[in-house]
Design a protein. Structure first.
Length: 574
């Protein structure tokens, strides 16, 4: 039963004359909501809540706007997002740039601001949106595009998906990459027909440069977190999962996924400087890491968040990498890719499939037996089956109630895998924004039929899985309204073409993926995720009536106010 409304004393904040979506079990709506301290005091009609207005109560007339619980982005690399955006990095994503010429101009401007010899970083470029590449399919970015505008700075620009790095000649030199450099397993060092390096590194070849870039300072990590939280507030996001911090992240996202970032989060939380609710998945192993190193790695991460308010910062579990990321061919598929290239595999690093599956089972078994939640990064259908089988085997060996393991991405989850996840109460964290971004590309890689099924949200919901949705920022911008729209429409961002309309869901389901289901993933449904009395006073306020906005218009609905822990942390009011 929900807690009764507290109508005995004036509220600190009352929002009236709107549409309040409580997201409770009945999806009840109201006209007004009152906040007292850091908790929801009551919801109801405007007339019912007016008596809670006292001489010091802040009153907001919603004028028909919508209120819903603070958004919970359940897979958002916040430090990485902040570190790969201005002012710490160059924004080379759409719509900030639309051509290689635009990127050259942005890099030149950054070079003018930085001392010679310092690294210039950027993130987000996509050849699908660069004019030169769209006009000429043979045209790709090269180091020579960057050399003229940045001759004195090493430049490293990550592609939006994280699969590819674009370097200038100074960066290749700094990394010691020459025409004689060996290619790491699963990686590509791109060359012209004459053998000259183009400056493009794909997949594991990126490690050649990732391992030589300067480590982020503590001040830079804090600045990146603060910048990311500011963006979250502007987007109505009050909670997020930082999905993977630890020694396995030392070379990921400029090193922003390393253990040092968790230590900065812990310090900020203890000092009262963390203005969002952050759940953390520990990342003890790098991609392809061995089970033998897991116990010692986990031991080094124990106690780092001691003393922090668990409602602000909580270690939720452990993240594992089980394969690559679409649209790469490291996703382990049950059938050949449509345009050749095999069917991918789990992260092998010199092992056979059978050996790697054995390693996967050993890692999952240890983490499960130790009492941790597991969030496993996995994409291809065969790989997802392998991970789900590992979950089930670990549960059989070490029965646990309510472990809440989940697959991360899970974009080709088979009906069999979905049924097993649902049977055990396990979850699936999906990325609707990525679906929109790569739908056309995936048609060519896996074929239109499998591409349409990618991220089978409807099938997962119908199976009984509490699906969560997330931005995977910095892979996509954390606009949850765009994610909701995608779940309702499933249309290619580039062409507007439908891709798997049978996997669309309704608005209520989409909103729960960003609120109640995300709170459940966090083991926090008892105190956040709905607008019910005594729940956390985290609110997202939209202009307009969300329930009656056409799906294609939802992404542009303005966020007019964000309330975190009872405090207004973002407002567009003048």
């Amino acid at each position: 039963m929900p807690a009764p409304a507290d109508l005995t004393a004036p509220a600190d904040l009352v929002l009236l004359n709107g549409r309040v979506l409580t997201l409770d079990a009945a999806f009840r709506t109201a006209e007004a909501v009152a906040v007292r301290g850091d908790r929801i005091a009551a919801t109801g009609t405007t007339a019912e809540l007016r008596p809670l207005i006292g001489p010091r109560t802040e009153v907001v007339d919603l004028a028909g706007g919508t209120v819903l619980p603070g958004i919970n982005d359940s897979h958002l690399h916040a430090c990485a997002f902040g570190a790969t955006r201005p002012p710490l990095a160059v924004d080379v994503s759409t719509p900030a740039v639309s051509s290689i010429a635009d990127i050259r101009a942005a890099v030149r401007a950054q070079a003018d601001r930085q001392p010679p010899g310092t690294w210039i970083f950027g993130n987000g470029w996509d050849i699908g949106y660069l004019d030169e590449c769209r006009k000429d399919s043979a045209r790709t970015p090269t180091r020579w595009d960057l050399d003229e505008v940045s001759p004195d700075h090493p430049v490293l620009l990550y592609e939006f998906s994280g699969h590819t790095a674009w370097l200038n000649s100074r960066a290749l030199e700094a990394a010691g990459i020459t025409e004689d450099t060996g290619v790491p397993p699963g990686g590509v060092i791109e060359r012209r027909a004459d053998g000259a390096l183009t400056g493009i590194l794909r997949e594991s070849a990126q490690e050649l440069v990732n391992t030589v870039i300067p480590a982020m300072t503590e001040a830079a990590r804090e600045a990146a977190i603060r910048a990311a939280v500011d963006v979250c507030h502007a987007e109505g996001i009050t909670s997020f999962t930082e999905p993977g911090l630890g020694p396995g992240g030392k070379s990921l996202f400029l090193g922003s996924a390393d253990t040092a970032t968790l230590q900065v989060y812990a310090r900020m939380a203890r000092e009262g400087q963390l203005r969002a609710r952050v759940g953390v998945l520990l990342l003890p192993l790098e991609m392809g890491g061995a089970a033998a190193g897991l116990p010692d790695r986990l031991t080094t991460l124990e106690g780092l968040c001691d003393g922090a308010d668990p409602r602000l910062l909580a270690v939720l579990g452990v993240k594992l990498f089980a394969d690559g990321v679409p649209p790469s061919r490291t996703a382990w598929m049950s059938e050949e890719y449509a345009n050749g290239g095999g069917r991918g595999s789990l992260c092998l690093h010199g092992h056979t499939d059978t050996q790697r599956v054995d390693e996967l089972h050993a890692i999952v078994r240890h983490v499960h037996a130790a009492g941790h939640q597991l969030g496993v990064h996995i994409t291809g259908d065969a790989g997802i089956d392998a991970v789900v089988d590992a979950f089930a085997a670990a549960q059989l060996d070490h029965p646990r109630a309510d472990a809440r393991h989940y697959i991360i991405h899970g974009d080709f989850a088979s009906p069999r895998a979905l049924a097993i996840l649902a049977e055990h109460g396990w979850g699936a964290n999906m990325n609707p924004g990525v679906k929109d971004a790569i739908a056309d590309l995936m048609d060519g890689i896996v074929g239109p039929e499998r591409s349409a099924y990618q991220w089978p949200v409807r099938s997962a919901v119908d199976a009984g899985i509490p699906v969560t949705a997330s931005s995977d920022a910095p892979i996509t911008y954390p606009n949850w309204r765009a994610g909701v729209s995608s779940m309702l429409l499933r249309r290619s961002k580039a062409t507007g073409r439908p891709s798997g309309p049978d996997q669309c869901v309704d608005l209520q389901t989409a909103l729960r993926a960003y609120t109640t289901h995300a709170a459940h993933q966090d083991f926090a449904e008892s105190w956040k995720g709905t607008l019910e009395p005594t729940k956390a006073a985290d609110l997202c306020v939209l202009a307009g009536d969300l329930l009656h906005t056409p799906p294609e218009d939802i992404p542009s609905l303005p966020i007019t106010m964000t309330v975190f822990n009872g405090d207004i942390v973002h407002t567009t009011a003048h």
